[in-house]
Design a protein around this ligand. Sequence first.
Ligand SMILES: NC(=O)c1ccc[n+]([C@@H]2O[C@H](COP(=O)([O-])OP(=O)(O)OC[C@H]3O[C@@H](n4cnc5c(N)ncnc54)[C@H](OP(=O)(O)O)[C@@H]3O)[C@@H](O)[C@H]2O)c1
Length: 260
Amino acid sequence: MKVLVTGAGGHLGGAVLARLRDDGVGVRATSRRPRSGSDVEWVVTDLATGDGLVEAVTGVDAVLHLASSPRGGQTHQVDVLGTRRLVVAAGAAGVGHLVYISIVGVERVPIPYYRHKLAAEQVIAAGPVPWSVLRATQFPRFLDDLLAGSARLGPVIGDRAVLAQPVDPGEVAARLAARLVAGPVGGIEEYGGPQVLRFDEAARAWLAARGSRRPLLPVRIPGRLGRELRAGGLVTGALPRGVRTWADHLADTYGGTGRR
Ligand SMILES: NC(=O)c1ccc[n+]([C@@H]2O[C@H](COP(=O)([O-])OP(=O)(O)OC[C@H]3O[C@@H](n4cnc5c(N)ncnc54)[C@H](OP(=O)(O)O)[C@@H]3O)[C@@H](O)[C@H]2O)c1
C-alpha cells in the first residue's frame, strides 16, 4: 500500500511517519517546503492554493489527511477549502480511502477552529472518496502549551472544572494506521486518552513536574463554551483508549517520577 500523508512535518505527522515506517507502508509526505528523508518521498504541496496536489495524490492507494492551519487567519482556506481541493484531486486520481484526523467535540464545543474541522469532515463525507474520520482528544503537548500560556502572568489561570483527556500522539498514529489497514468505515470514530482530568488536577501535576510553586487562579469560562467544556465536551467514553497518561508525558518531558 502507498499512502499520502498531508501535514507530515507536524507534531502528529512525525508520529505517523514513524508508525507507517515500522509497519512497512510506503509513504509519500506533503509539506509546504522542500524536505528530504530516507524512507519517505516528500512532495511540496500547499492546500491553500492547491499547488502540487495533483502530483501528490497520483498513484497512492490512500490519503491520511493531517494538515491543518488553526492559527493565522487561514483556517477556512486551508482546512475547509483545502480539504475540498484534496478530496476533488483524490477522487479524480481514484484514491480508495481518505482518513481524516479530527477532534473530539467539534460538533459540540463552540470554538471557531472546531467549526472548520466539522466543515472539513462534512466535505469529506460528501466527497467521492471512501472515507473514515478519527476524532482524537487533546495531545499532551497542546495541554502543556496551554498551561504554559496561562501561566505567563504568574499564577496558572484556568477554569478548574474543565475536563480534558490527553492522548499520546504515538497512540493516535497507531490507531490511524490500523484504520488504514481496516479500510473505509464511512463514519466517525473517537479515540481518547486513558484518563479524564479536571483542569486543576492537570495543572497541579504540571506545576509539580516543573517544580513550580505558582498558585492556581480559578476563573469561570462564561456562556455555552464554559458549559460545554465543564460538561465534558472535549472527552469521549469511546473504547479502546490510549494507555499513556498525562503523568507519563510529564515524566518524559520534565523528568522525575511523575508516573502514576
Ligand atoms: N493538537 C491537538 O491536540 C490535536 C488533537 C486532535 C486532533 N488534532 C488534529 O491533528 C492534526 C495535526 O495536528 P498537529 O498538532 O500535528 O498540527 P501541526 O504540528 O500544526 O501540523 C500541521 C501541519 O499542517 C501543515 N499545513 C499547514 N498549513 C498548510 C497548508 N496551507 N498546506 C499544506 N499543509 C499545511 C503544516 O505542514 P508544513 O508546515 O510542513 O507545510 C503543519 O506541519 C490537525 O488536523 C489537528 O486538528 C490535533
